[in-house]
Ligand binder design. Structure first.
Ligand code: NAP
Ligand code: MG
Length: 480
């Protein structure tokens, strides 16, 4: 079965697709088997892509009005919707996402292009009251060439959110998808061609992070870097950008808490508590990995979460179960190393890898650990796999201290019937998003997102991203 309607081993530079000498294999994580190849782009292709993007800024792309950019983006969103089933299937094969989740990602990508396409002609400057005889105003302008280094966990959503906002503001983009997740980025570029985007507005170079990625992050011709990925690579990206004095947006990991007070509506909370941990097999930066429970309801929360865990089924992406495989053998090994460190902890429950799941697939059963100390490594470090820890607490202050007690600060959830306590928590928790009596608000294309501490800095998503993907110019006119 294939939904892949285009050659996968070509890069897009300046509106021209070309095949390179070197390739890298495409692996299906559900089987561990090769299903194709992508081009192994490197510094030469990045040089050419940056030059093509630069040329686009003064060419057909740069000449479009904001409304025309928005119209093109809306057309692209329409094509994504038309091809959503193909995109979902491609993503399921390439990254092992269960089809339902892959379909949701495709529709979220469409939504990003709709949202940002609609916003393109609505970003305005200010007029500033100033000295007698002057008129002063501000202009929002594109940075120029923007670099987009995308991870493998939500390839379509993350590409949509960063490229969508960048294009809306008139930047020209160079995209480096993750080696393990290139196919839907290539598909998107094909659809952008079909939508009529001028050459060079979107360039895609596949390859390794250490080759194409590093060449892009440190390229003197780029004006902004948007990076989503690990803390270690985030540091390297920021160091590279420092050499060129260009702004970076870093969306790194997290160890997000969900605080459950004794008065919480557990019927409402339970699906969120578990889904936020196991969605995308836990390979989610905003994974709600730490469940903090007020002691009187500890046993009940653990029992009810355990029931859900026991019902979770893991298997091939095309079987569309609760969880698919992890992205790679390497990621599986990393997660298993973490789980081994939980040897002394109480396992409340585990899910099941279905019978007949291919031997070579990268499957890990989801695991719920209970009565975990906040100091334990599994309560502090990001596992990026399907595991959650339950931590008891006694007081509001203690809950907040534990919630804020990691090096991260991306997302938090608070479950309580006491709105005063919920609102206090929303002020006291140090993270980019706080959800009260929900978690994730359904994805929320419209909602600004980003981190504190090791979770990174800068905000993507929502209208806020449009400010990040533009620069402000002040014009002062003296007219007497
Ligand atoms: P990663 O190794 O940091 O990779 C992310 C991207 O950077 C990939 O495109 C990768 O390319 C590229 N890259 C790797 N080395 C590079 C280098 N030296 N220079 C430039 N680019 C380089 O992260 P990952 O393992 O794919 O993703 C997992 C991590 O990302 C987790 O820690 C997770 O929390 C974080 N994450 C955060 C968010 C968020 O929004 N906050 C979202 C998703 C993931 P290759 O893969 O081709 O090497
Ligand atoms: Mg793959």
């Amino acid at each position: 079965m294939t939904a892949i309607w285009f050659p996968t081993d070509e890069v897009l530079v300046g509106g021209v697709w070309s095949r390179l000498d070197g390739t890298l294999p495409v692996i299906d994580p559900s089987t561990g088997e090769g299903i194709g190849a992508i081009a192994r782009g490197g510094a030469d292709q990045i040089d050419a892509a940056v030059a093509a993007a630069r040329a686009a800024l003064t060419g057909d792309w740069g000449r479009l009005t904001a409304a025309e950019r928005g119209r093109l983006m809306a057309r692209l969103a329409g094509l994504i919707r038309e091809r959503a089933e193909d995109l979902a299937l491609i993503e399921a094969l390439d990254v092992g996402k269960p089809l339902t989740q892959a379909r949701a990602d495709a529709l979220a990508m469409a939504r990003y292009f709709e949202f940002y396409g609609g916003a393109a002609d609505k970003v305005m400057g200010d007029t500033i009251p100033y000295l007698d005889g002057y008129s002063v105003w501000t202009l929002r302008e594109p940075h120029g060439v923007t670099a987009h280094i995308v991870p493998w966990n939500y390839p379509m959503q993350i590409l949509g959110r960063s490229v969508g906002a960048a294009l809306a503001m008139g930047n020209a983009c160079v995209v480096k998808p993750a080696e393990d997740a290139c196919l839907t980025a290539l598909a998107l570029a094909r659809l952008a061609d079909e939508a009529g985007f001028p050459a060079g507005a979107i360039n895609i170079v596949t390859g390794l992070g250490s080759e194409a990625g590093a060449a892009l992050a440190g390229h003197p011709g780029i004006n902004h870097v948007s990076f989503t990925g690990s803390v270690g690579v985030g540091r390297a990206i920021q160091a590279a950008a420092a050499q060129n004095i260009v702004p970076v947006t870093l969306e790194l990991g997290g160890k997000s808490p969900q605080i459950v007070y004794a008065d919480a509506d557990l019927d409402r909370a339970l699906p969120f508590l578990v889904n936020a941990g196991i969605q995308n097999a836990g390979q989610t930066c905003s994974c709600g990995a730490r469940i903090l429970v007020e002691r009187p309801r500890m046993a009940e929360v653990v029992d009810r979460m355990a029931d859900r865990y026991r019902a979770l089924r893991v298997g091939p992406a095309l079987d569309d179960l609760d969880l698919g495989p992890l992205i790679s053998a390497r990621q599986k090994a990393t997660v298993e190393r973490y789980l081994a460190q939980g040897a002394g902890l109480t396992v409340a429950a585990q899910g099941t890898i279905v019978e007949g799941a291919p031997e070579g697939g990268h499957y890990v059963a989801p695991t719920l650990f209970t009565d975990v100390s906040p100091d334990h490594v599994l309560a502090r470090e990001e596992i990026f796999g399907p595991a959650q820890v339950v931590i008891p607490f006694d007081t509001e202050d203690e809950a907040i201290a534990i919630a804020n007690g990691t090096d991260y600060g991306l997302v938090a959830g608070v479950w309580t019937a006491d709105m005063g306590r919920a609102l206090r928590a929303s002020r006291r928790i140090r993270s980019g998003q706080v959800f009260l009596n929900n978690y994730g608000a359904g994805g929320g294309v419209e909602l600004p997102f980003g981190g504190h501490g090791l979770s990174g800095h800068g905000r993507e998503k929502g209208f806020e991203a449009l400010y990040g993907f533009s620069t402000l110019k002040t014009v002062a006119a003296w007219h007497g």
